[in-house]
Design a protein around this ligand. Structure first.
Ligand code: TTP
Ligand code: MG
Length: 359
């Protein structure tokens, strides 16, 4: 029998990232409840809260207004994304000094495959601790790490002993841990699935474990099998080093050539909507909008605009795309293809806010 080399994966996640950066950069904020969020008091939401503020019940995605009510003496700060990006780059360099196989998930978390570094004298846990110390020495910030033999278990592990935790999930403790886990804490179980599961009586990992594969497939479709496996500690997803894409675009070729601005702009709006949806799915936004037009004679023209703030909403993309279209479109030549692309992509750090909270 061929023995397959078991993988060792580390998931690193910074503790209360934005808030900790603010506390680290300003001594007066240390040990105090710090809440980082959108500017607008009426519409803004909390990006994150320091552990001191979490004691008051303040958490990510809560309306700022509610956070003020819960923690009136808190220190409320605007997010400084450039600073967070700078620190994120320092952390990434540390990861890359250990392994090439790094999959960043957002500014403050990443998976690392360190299988090749492990030997009898150097366990995966020791490597995780080393990485956490390096991060602390370089940035002054604490992080939590999870170690396991696949991605989703490493992610569960990193969340188990926050802040400053280092947690290993191995064959010996995996089933017990998964059984007692709240179903909402399984990676990949979003709010909607969580609600469906709870309505079916699946509250913990044990409840999930008790469902047959067939029943899960019947109820949750394609994801059923993965859920069945996840309840058993089985995860096969590979690390995706290059998951950060360079551009997201959508184009359409007409069955007959078109020349009406109104009609072409309507198509452009719908393409902008599709690009926006894919950007949102990937938590990305981009600073360059490009429009491409191919004419009846197959001549192809593109024009792009560089923006100071990254965009991802349909209306934002369309606003720039429609201007580019007006510049490109030759009034007398019918169009056979039209497309819109957003590039210059970066991870969308203000996930649950609109860009207008920050400008
Ligand atoms: P998280 O790692 O989810 O949270 P955190 O680092 O603040 O706290 P924890 O110790 O629990 O890991 O997110 C990282 C950063 O992303 C966070 O500091 C702020 C930002 N963020 C948002 O802007 N909106 C959100 O809803 C969440 C969850 C995070
Ligand atoms: Mg974090």
């Amino acid at each position: 029998m061929v023995k397959v080399m078991e993988k060792r994966i580390i998931h690193v996640d910074m503790d209360a990232f934005y808030a900790q950066v603010e506390q680290n950069d300003n001594k007066a904020y240390r040990g105090k409840p710090v809440i980082v969020g959108g500017r607008s008091f009426s519409r803004g939401v909390v990006s994150t809260a320091s552990y001191e503020a979490r004691k008051y019940g303040v958490h990510s995605a809560m309306a700022m207004k509610v956070a003020h009510q819960k923690c009136p003496d808190g220190i409320f700060l605007r997010a400084r994304f450039d600073r967070y990006r700078e620190i994120s780059a320092q952390i990434r360099d540390i990861f890359l000094s250990y392994t090439d196989i790094v999959e960043p998930l957002s500014l403050d978390e990443a998976y690392l495959d360190i299988t090749h570094l492990v030997n009898r004298k150097r366990s995966a846990r020791m490597i995780a601790l080393e990485i956490q110390s390096k991060i602390y020495e370089t940035t002054g910030l604490t992080s939590s790490a999870g170690v396991s033999y696949n991605k989703y278990l490493a992610k569960i592990a990193s969340g188990m002993n926050k802040p400053s935790g280092t947690t290993v999930i191995d064959y010996e403790n995996v089933q017990e841990l998964l059984w007692s886990l709240d179903i909402g804490d399984f990676p990949g179980v979003g709010k909607v699935t969580e609600e469906t599961m709870k309505s079916k009586g699946i509250l913990t990992g044990k409840d999930l474990y008790d469902w047959s594969k067939d029943a899960l497939i019947l109820e949750f479709g394609k994801r059923g099998e993965s859920l069945y496996n996840k309840a058993r500690g089985i995860g096969t997803a590979m690390l995706q080093k290059d998951r950060i894409r360079q551009s997201i675009g959508k184009e359409t070729t007409f069955s007959y050539d078109r020349n009406e601005d109104e009609e072409l702009l309507r198509v452009l709006l719908s393409l902008s909507g599709e690009v926006s949806k894919r950007l949102k799915d990937k938590d990305m936004a981009g600073r360059v909008v490009t429009v491409k037009i191919r004419n009846r004679d197959f001549s192809t023209h593109t024009k792009q605009t560089m923006l100071s703030n990254p965009v991802y909403q349909t209306e934002e993309i369309y606003e720039f795309a429609s201007k580019l279209y007006m510049d490109l479109k030759d009034p007398v030549t019918p169009v056979r293809l039209i497309g819109v692309t957003v590039s210059g992509l970066e991870t969308r750090v203000y996930r649950n806010m609109t860009i207008y909270d920050f400008i």
